[in-house]
Design a protein around this ligand. Structure first.
Ligand code: GLN
Length: 542
C-alpha cells in the first residue's frame, strides 16, 4: 500500500509547490523508495493543451501523449522518471468524467453533487496512481492557493482521505510565505496564520509547514508559527530562496524534511541518501570552465515559463559540458526586416523555438538564413525545423512562393503541410500528433553521433509535417532527412551537410532532458557552440 503526501499552498501563488514536491520526492527516491508525484489543477480546461503559453507557461507533453502542466516537467527532470496522463488532472477533467457517467445513467437516478460525486472522483484519481504503479509514496500537489473557491472540492477530498487513512499513512505539507517587513524590521507570521486557519476551516490541520522566505527565520518565529498553526516546532521548515531550483533538494535535506516525513509515515528507506550524481551536477553547474551565448528566437519571450523545458535542457547540457549557457531571448517579430540584432561575435548558437500560427514566422526564417550563411550552430525545434525547411527551399533551392500551409494555405510550394490524419479534425483539445513516436537515424549524422543509437523515441506535439513530395529536391541541395518515422516515413530530423552544426527536429527533445540524463542533442549543440566560439577566438587572435 502507498503512503500519501499532500502539498497545499497558502498566502500567494508562485511559491514553488512543484519544486518543493519534486525535491521531497527526489530525497525519498535517493533513499531507494519508489515515489511518484501528481498535480491537480483547479481550472475548468480539460487539460492545458488549449491554453495560450502566456496563461500558464509551456504545455508539457508526456510519452502517452497527455498535454499537461509544466510542473510535470519538473517532476521528470528531478526524478528521472516518465509521467503520464494520470499525473495531471484538472477540475475540467474531473467534471467531464462525472458528467459523462451521469449521461450514461451510472448514478442510478441520484442527484449528482460535489459531495460525494466530485470528491469521490478526485479521490479515485489520487488512488489511481497507487493501483497503477506499486509506489511507496504518492505525492499529490494541489494547485492554486488555499482560500480560492476552486480549491474547495480538493480540500474536502483531502479531508476525507485523511479521515479514511491511518495517521501513519498520510500527511499534509502546507507551503507558505513568511514576508519580511523592512519598515518593521521583522518577519511576519500573520499571513501564514490566516492561511492555516483557512485550512482548518476545511477540517485539515497541516502536519508540516514549509516556509518560503528571502532571509533566515529565527527560532522565535518558528515557535510562533508552531503555536498559532498547531504544528510541532520541529515541523516548521525554512525554505530560503535558492540560487537555482536544483539546490532546493539539498536545502530541504539540510532542513531534514525527508527525515521528518520518513518518521511520520513510518517509512523504511532501502539505504542512506544517495545524492552523489545530483551533487556532481550542481558542482559542475556552479563551476563552469566555458561560457557561450545562445540566442533563443521565439515569440513568447516575455514569459520565460513558455519555454521552460528548453531553458532547463540548457542548464543540464551546460553542466555536462562544464559550460555556462547564457540564453538570450529575441522576439522573432523583431527580426522580420533585420538580422539578429547582436554583434555576430557574441552569438555562439541559435535555437529557433516551437510555436503555432503565422505571427513572427518571417523573423524566424530570416534568423535561420543568417546562421546558415554565417556557419553559426543552429538547432530548430518543431516549428523551428519547419522554418529551416522553408528557408532552404526559398533561399538555397530557389523556388518562389514557398511556405507552410499553416501560414499560407494557398502557397504554390507547400513544403510543410497538414498531416493527412489531421484534415478532418475540428476539435482543438488533445487532437494533435501527441506523445512518443519511434524514429530511425541515418549513419554518419550529427543526430546518430549524439544519440549513439540507430533507434530513438521522442515526444511530439504538432499538426503539420514535411511534405515528402519535396524530399529529393531538398536533399539534392544539401538539406538531408537523417531521421524518419519507421511506420509512416515522416521526416523527423533534417541536417545540413554544408554547415558545421545545423539540425532541425520535428519533435520536442527538451521534454526528455533530465538532471541526471541531459538530452544528447542539447549536449551536442552546446558542445558545438563551445567549439565555434573557440575557433572564432583563434581566428581573431591571428
Ligand atoms: N505549428 C506547427 C505544427 O503544428 C509546429 C508545432 C510546434 O512547434 N510544436 O506542426
Amino acid at each position: 500500500m502507498s503512503k500519501f503526501i499532500f502539498v497545499t499552498g497558502g498566502v500567494t501563488s508562485s511559491l514553488g509547490k512543484g519544486i518543493i514536491s519534486a525535491s521531497l520526492a527526489k530525497l525519498l527516491q535517493a533513499r531507494g523508495l519508489k515515489v511518484t508525484i501528481q498535480k491537480f489543477d483547479p481550472y475548468i480546461n480539460v487539460d492545458p493543451g488549449t491554453l495560450n503559453p502566456y496563461e500558464h507557461g509551456e504545455c508539457y507533453v508526456t510519452d502517452d501523449g497527455a498535454e499537461t502542466d509544466l510542473d510535470l516537467g519538473h517532476y521528470e527532470r528531478f526524478l528521472n522518471i516518465s509521467t503520464s496522463q494520470a499525473n495531471n488532472v484538472t477540475t475540467g477533467r474531473i467534471y467531464q468524467t462525472v458528467i459523462n457517467k451521469e449521461r450514461q445513467g451510472a448514478y442510478l437516478g441520484k442527484t449528482v453533487q460535489i459531495i460525494p460525486h466530485i470528491t469521490d472522483e478526485i479521490k479515485r484519481r489520487i488512488k489511481l496512481l497507487e493501483t497503477n504503479g506499486d509506489y511507496d509514496v504518492v505525492i499529490t500537489e494541489l494547485g492554486g492557493t488555499v482560500g480560492d473557491i476552486e480549491s474547495l472540492p480538493y480540500l474536502e477530498s483531502l479531508r476525507q482521505m485523511k479521515r479514511e487513512l491511518k495517521k501513519k499513512d498520510c500527511l499534509v505539507i502546507h507551503l507558505t510565505l513568511i514576508p519580511y517587513l523592512k519598515a518593521a524590521g521583522e518577519h511576519k507570521t500573520k499571513p501564514t496564520q490566516h492561511s492555516v486557519k483557512e485550512l482548518q476551516m476545511a477540517g485539515i490541520i497541516p502536519d508540516i509547514l514549509v516556509c518560503r522566505t528571502e532571509s533566515h527565520i529565527t527560532d522565535e518565529i518558528k515557535e510562533k508559527l508552531a503555536l498559532f498553526c498547531n504544528v510541532e516546532k520541529e515541523h516548521v521548515i525554512e525554505a530560503i530562496d535558492a540560487d537555482t531550483i536544483y539546490r532546493v533538494p539539498v536545502l530541504m535535506q539540510e532542513e531534514k524534511l525527508d527525515q521528518i516525513v520518513i518518521d511520520k509515515l513510518e517509512l523504511t528507506p532501502k539505504h542512506s541518501p544517495n545524492m552523489e550524481r545530483w551533487v556532481e551536477f550542481l558542482t559542475k553547474y556552479k563551476n563552469p570552465k566555458h561560457e557561450v551565448n545562445i540566442v533563443l528566437v521565439g515569440k513568447y519571450n516575455e514569459l520565460p515559463d513558455a519555454y521552460k523545458s528548453i531553458h532547463e535542457a540548457f542548464v543540464h547540457a551546460g553542466a555536462e559540458n562544464e559550460c555556462k549557457v547564457n540564453v538570450i531571448p529575441i522576439h522573432s517579430e523583431n527580426l522580420e526586416d533585420t538580422y539578429l540584432p547582436l554583434e555576430i561575435h557574441k552569438i555562439h548558437g541559435v535555437l529557433v523555438a516551437p510555436g503555432f500560427g503565422d505571427r513572427g514566422i518571417e523573423g524566424k526564417i530570416h534568423a535561420i538564413q543568417y546562421v546558415r550563411e554565417k556557419g553559426i550552430p543552429f538547432f530548430g525545434i518543431c516549428l523551428g525545423m519547419q522554418c529551416a525547411v522553408v528557408e532552404h527551399f526559398r533561399n538555397v533551392v530557389g523556388l518562389d512562393d514557398v511556405s507552410s500551409t499553416e501560414v499560407n494555405s494557398e502557397t504554390k510550394n507547400p513544403v510543410i503541410g497538414l498531416m493527412p490524419d489531421q484534415a478532418n479534425i475540428s476539435n482543438k483539445g488533445g487532437t494533435m500528433r501527441l506523445g512518443a513516436y519511434q524514429c530511425d537515424l541515418k549513419e554518419g549524422s550529427i543526430a546518430m553521433d549524439a544519440y549513439n543509437s540507430e533507434h530513438i523515441s521522442e515526444r511530439h506535439r504538432h499538426r503539420y509535417e514535411f511534405n515528402n513530395d519535396y524530399l529529393e529536391e531538398m536533399e539534392a541541395h544539401g538539406l538531408k532527412a537523417v531521421g524518419t518515422n519507421p511506420d509512416t516515413g515522416l521526416v523527423e530530423i533534417v541536417e545540413r551537410e554544408d554547415h558545421p552544426f545545423f539540425i532541425g527536429v520535428q519533435y520536442h527533445p527538451e521534454l526528455k532532458s533530465r538532471v541526471e540524463e541531459p538530452h544528447p542533442l542539447f549536449i551536442a549543440f552546446v558542445e558545438a557552440a563551445v567549439q565555434y566560439k573557440k575557433a572564432k577566438e583563434m581566428v581573431n587572435s591571428l
